[in-house]
Design a protein around this ligand. Structure first.
Ligand SMILES: [Zn+2]
Ligand SMILES: [Zn+2]
Length: 393
């Protein structure tokens, strides 16, 4: 192995920290929602082209893929950043706060984009790798069913820009800046939804015996669903079933025809995910039938589980320890949030890393949240060193 000096270190990014902070704060002030990231994509693509990358734009919507090959190496590593913001009105009062009411980088994708740009600039200027780096700037991570990852895959990502492994990161409020967290195997939840309509029989509130009251059915169903996790999921495993909305009725003296519920379901294992769908469907039909009502269930599978492969996680851990020291590399707990990076991991080995955003950081999707600029160079150095080490020799 070449000497350690042959690979990116934190100090190599000292001179770039100021410019990276400016980039991050510029992106923060100019957020674009999922599927609307035209200006962000253009900003990213212009920089990548200037640094000598071969750049493909409009991949799966506003996706940008930048590639650079050095030497004869046949290996290819992909690194992905997400670019979209959220429909939130920022309340931080910061000088670089969003200039657009109702739009905010409240998940730190401005930071993720800046980090990958920083790594891109470094790798293009040093070119100390032997093979191909594929940098994926993905739109619409927050878009739910029309996810940017799936759209880029559907647009031929794997065929047009072949790569062997894929890495991504997310900032992690609650963990100190400078800390990196990894986890082999399942790390972030599958996120599914069930939209349920209970069809009863409406009528006069004073004559319930002539009706089938969907409100009573819905209430029983809400209570029944509380037993799905507690009675059907192995206590050493975990899952979440939350009734997020319940709507029925307009008038105090009317029993309505219908009641509607929307349910969020999170799980970390395919077997449990399947079991939850089966159990929720069966319970809903049984509760409705018991009252003489009927249920229509629209069960939609969202992002799969983020499952990090063993070897790629071990490799990322090694690189992280080389960079920030073993004392600053931890093991991540299960995260009940979901992430569309999971779509890539269904096809390619890889690892999703969590980057400390500060113990006092506001939570993700909060209107007080801000990305920690002090961690930009850590993320950029991680990507640069990971690419150099993966494509060494
Ligand atoms: Zn988010
Ligand atoms: Zn996010």
């Amino acid at each position: 192995m070449p000497s350690d000096n042959a690979f990116a270190r934190l100090s190599d990014f000292d001179a770039m920290r100021e410019a990276m902070t400016q980039t991050r704060q510029y992106l923060h002030a100019h957020p674009e929602l999922s599927h609307e990231e035209a200006e962000t994509a253009r900003y990213v693509a212009d920089k990548l082209k200037a640094w000598g990358y071969e750049v493909a734009e409009n991949v799966g919507g506003h996706g940008v893929v930048a590639r650079m090959t050095v030497g004869e190496g046949s290996g290819s590593i992909a690194i992905r950043a997400d670019m979209d913001a959220l429909p939130i009105t920022e309340q931080t009062g910061l000088p670089h706060a969003s200039i657009v009411p109702g739009r905010m980088h409240a998940c730190g994708h401005d930071g993720h984009t800046t980090i990958l740009l920083g790594a891109a600039e470094y790798l293009a200027s040093t070119r100390r790798f032997n093979g191909t780096v594929t940098l994926i700037f993905q739109p619409a991570e927050e878009a739910g069913a029309r996810s940017g990852a799936q759209m880029m895959i559907d647009d031929g990502l794997f065929e047009r820009f072949p790569f062997d492994v894929i890495y991504g990161l997310h900032n992690h409020p609650g963990a100190p800046v400078g800390k990196l967290l990894l986890r082999a195997g399942p790390m972030m939840a599958a996120a599914d939804t069930a939209r349920i309509t209970i069809h009863g029989k409406g009528g006069h509130a004073s004559r319930p015996h002539l009706t089938i009251d969907p409100i009573v059915v819905a209430c029983h169903l809400v209570v029944t669903l509380q037993s799905v996790v507690s009675r059907f999921v192995d206590p050493t495993e975990t899952a979440v079933v939350t009734v997020g909305t319940i709507h029925a009725g307009e008038a105090v003296n009317v029993i309505p025809e219908d009641a509607r519920l929307a349910i969020t379901i999170r799980s970390f294992e395919p077997k449990i995910r399947d079991g939850l769908q089966q159990r929720i469907t069966a319970m809903t039909n049984a509760v409705a039938e018991g009252f003489g009502a009927t249920a229509v269930i629209d069960y939609a599978r969202g992002h799969p589980v983020v499952t990090n492969s063993e070897a790629e996680t071990a490799f990322a851990r090694t690189i992280a320890e080389e960079l920030v020291g073993a004392e600053n590399v931890g093991t991540c707990g299960l995260i009940p949030g979901s992430e569309d990076f999971s779509h890539y991991l269904e096809h390619k080995p890889g690892c999703f890393v969590r980057l400390g955003n500060g113990v006092d950081s506001a939570t993700l999707h909060s209107d007080k949240y801000d990305f920690a600029d002090e961690s930009l160079h850590i993320g950029a150095a991680l990507w640069a060193r990971l690419a150099e080490r993966y494509l060494q020799g």
